[in-house]
Design a protein around this ligand. Structure first.
Ligand SMILES: [Zn+2]
Length: 411
């Protein structure tokens, strides 16, 4: 796999992305590479006669308060974490015409977190999704060395049908939130591998349920009471599918473990459990997950949060983020078996994740090249690998930077 200073990887399976959403949002205006002045001039230049979706909003780079949004054209500016958004006053009536509840509750962050699956479906409805858009997205993934992906939140019946059609059907693995799942046709339901639920928010929108407040004093919250969560898990058990639970912060990691353990004592077991987007977990919790046979689905690219989010996380949290060494060396998780890796599309490029795995901000986050590749390996029968080599990267002389090598071997 390693050839001198060139690292070669096979085609990888991204175990956590939002394929239908990202494909629909391709081509939407993005703030990704703009500074504050550039972002505002882009927002001001949007059309005034229709609702625009804008991507790539990083709250550590750009503040969008009520005063900033006041006179802007109709737009929803989506947080780069996909959790949370800002909507301009002129955008509210247009959004409400399509989804009345959104018009009324747009400024309520807890409502937004609790309705994230429906919100993704709304974005896809506004931006539109068709086969050429999905094909373009999958080609972009292939160029990055990714052959197949889990779509953690399929955006409704049309998206479910599309991803179930060749050539996508053996390269996209659909999951659905309970509310979307219930609205799918029997055929689309049968294509879903599991049910995705969200138990807290993100660091990007300061809504993750970490165990101490963010530096600005704000605190994320649990989206369910224990009773509410147990009822939801029991409903999912009735679907006969496995469950994937987005549990980012310490408090919801503990909550989902507690609820699953209590339900197991009452005799309720799900076919499979994945804890998704996990970033804060201690050794005791990790051992409980291991004993219960849960899969941890994590994103090595979020090692970078320990640098990017020094503006909002206390030093202990920066150090606790993504404790891969503890999970592998002490709790016994095995990459590719019960520890799987994906990107959440932030960004999709495995080169970014690999750099933060080989050269992390904290030793506890380090992954070897072999562990990284194993965690990203396609799992049997669910996603088909493309033929040949996926991607190659050259290490620079300081060993700190990975640059993509093209298929002919040139940098
Ligand atoms: Zn996600």
């Amino acid at each position: 796999m390693s050839d001198g200073k060139v690292i070669r990887l096979p085609y990888l399976h991204d175990h956590h992305s939002h394929v239908s959403l990202y494909a629909a949002l391709e081509g939407c205006p993005s703030l990704e590479s703009l500074d504050g002045a550039g972002a505002f001039s882009l927002l001001k230049s949007l059309p005034r006669d229709r609702l625009s979706l804008v991507t790539g909003w990083h709250t550590d780079r750009l503040c969008l308060g009520a005063g900033d949004l006041k006179d802007l054209p109709p737009a929803i500016v989506i947080n780069s974490s996909l959790h949370g958004f800002a909507i301009t006053p002129s955008g509210k009536p247009l959004a409400a015409a399509l989804w009345p509840e959104l018009g009324e509750r747009a400024d309520d962050p807890v409502w937004a977190e609790s309705n994230i699956g429906k919100t993704f479906a709304f974005y896809v409805r506004v931006a539109g999704l068709d086969a050429p858009k999905l094909e373009a997205f999958m080609s972009k993934m292939a160029a990055l060395g990714i052959c197949s992906l889990d779509d953690m939140t399929i955006a409704g019946e049309e998206a479910a049908k599309l991803v179930s059609t060749p050539p996508f059907s053996d390269r996209i693995v659909p999951w659905a939130t309970p509310e979307i799942y219930k609205e799918l046709s029997p055929e689309s339901k049968s294509r879903c591998v599991g049910i995705k639920i969200y138990l807290d928010g993100s660091l990007g929108s300061r809504s993750a349920s970490i165990d101490a407040p963010f530096l600005d004093g704000s605190a994320g919250s649990l989206l369910y009471s224990d009773d509410g969560l147990k009822r939801l898990i029991a409903e999912i058990a009735g679907f006969g599918l496995g469950m994937s639970a987005h549990a980012l912060g310490h408090r919801c990691t503990e909550q989902v473990l507690r609820c699953l353990e209590e339900l197991a004592r009452d005799g309720l077991r799900l076919p499979s459990v994945r804890l998704e987007h996990l970033q804060f977990i201690d050794l005791g919790q990790a051992r409980r997950c291991k004993a219960a046979g849960f899969v941890l689905s994590m994103q090595p690219n979020f090692n970078a949060d320990s640098a990017a989010f020094a503006d909002r996380l206390i030093p202990r949290h920066l150090a606790e983020n993504d404790p891969f060494r503890m999970l592998i060396d002490q709790a016994g998780f095995v990459p590719g078996e019960d520890l799987v890796f994906g990107s959440d599309g932030m960004p999709h490029d495995p080169g970014f994740a690999l750099r933060w795995s080989l050269f992390p901000a904290y030793e506890g986050q380090r992954l070897s090249l072999e562990e990284f590749a194993a965690g990203y390996e396609p799992r049997t029968g669910r996603a088909k690998a493309l033929e040949g080599e996926g991607s190659a990267f050259a290490l620079d002389l300081a060993g700190r930077d990975l640059r993509r090598v093209d298929r002919q071997g040139k940098r």
